[in-house]
Design a protein around this ligand. Sequence first.
Ligand code: GLY
Length: 400
Amino acid sequence: MKKRVIFYLLAAGGLFAGCHTTGQEPLPAVIERGLQVAERQALAMAEKLETQEGKLPKSVAADGTFETSGYGWWCSGFFPGLLWYLYEESPTPELKKYAELYTARVEPAKNLTNTHDLGFMLYCSFGNGYRITHNPAYREVMTTGAYSLATRYDPVIGAIKSWDSDKNKWQFPVIIDNMMNLELLLWAAKETGDTQFDDIANTHAEKTMEHHFRPDFSSFHVVSYDTLSGFPHVKQTHQGFSDESAWARGQAWGLYGYTAMYRETGNAAYLELARQIGKFIINHPNLPEDKVPYWDFDAPDIPTAERDASAAAIMASAFVDLSRLDDTPFGKECLAVAEQQLRTLSSPHYLAEPGSNGHFILKHCVGHLTGGSEIDVPLTYADYYYVEALLRLKNTLTKQ
Ligand code: GLY
């Protein structure tokens, strides 16, 4: 609580005077309000599932059914990761107890070799837990998971395989989302000294840079590689509107992934690509004034199309990160867009009233619209990236 109070007092004392002159709620107050709702909802969620062994929150179905998953679902690590962020901000025994409880539920994922999502599952949960507590048992889980993820790398193609399914359609599918699994590998390279992790992460990022992006720097969702030639044989979508469209969350994953790759490696090519993706998003005529994107930038029913709060939360977190790495005027533009996204997400339309929304934090997300699932619902990853973005913004403001 102490850090929050100091931050709020600084705000009230005029450190962020610019915020007060616009007639808007001061940004530090928006951040604190968002974090307080997040903590109340997360604690209630944690209590609700405490005795349901192995269960992790996922969403609320359109008919109101509360949905959970086990460790094997790609989203299993987000709720424990959210609890670690909240604990870091407000280090109470209760938050720590729950962060440890839910993190432990994800541990069996470390041995999975049938999914590329181990970065999401393990880096968000154990990664944050290890960063904060230095618990050596967490380190073991992450290194084991990194070796499991590395089994999916093909040196002929130079990429990590995303999915095992749909063999008739795709020989070696790689989705843009897979950029989000690379931070775990870069962490493992530093921790273990095993350079294969660096090589895999960088080769995958370079291959994705070469084949996933269109001339306008929007990205395809799925690129499938021919396993003999090593070149793409098909470029399609799975969750977007069409093969040629810009699925909003896919653009968010690309922005976040290349920003993180630049942060961790210092490779200027990654920064340049992150900037170009950011420009595509920010300058897109279909990005609404309030900066929460439609679920696909090319959805046919804009402006009545569904918005995707999860894409906005991921983008906001990535834009704050990018603003800290890019000292050109574009960096400032990124920060302004992130601020607008977080203001919008913190409005009553998107931010849940405590006690409602199945104890998720954000409303109005889209998981897989064309598949008919998770349309206009809360999603655990939207909550994780919303809180991450609030904390990144708070840190950035404090340093200004
Ligand atoms: N990684 C799956 C998704 O973004 O829906």
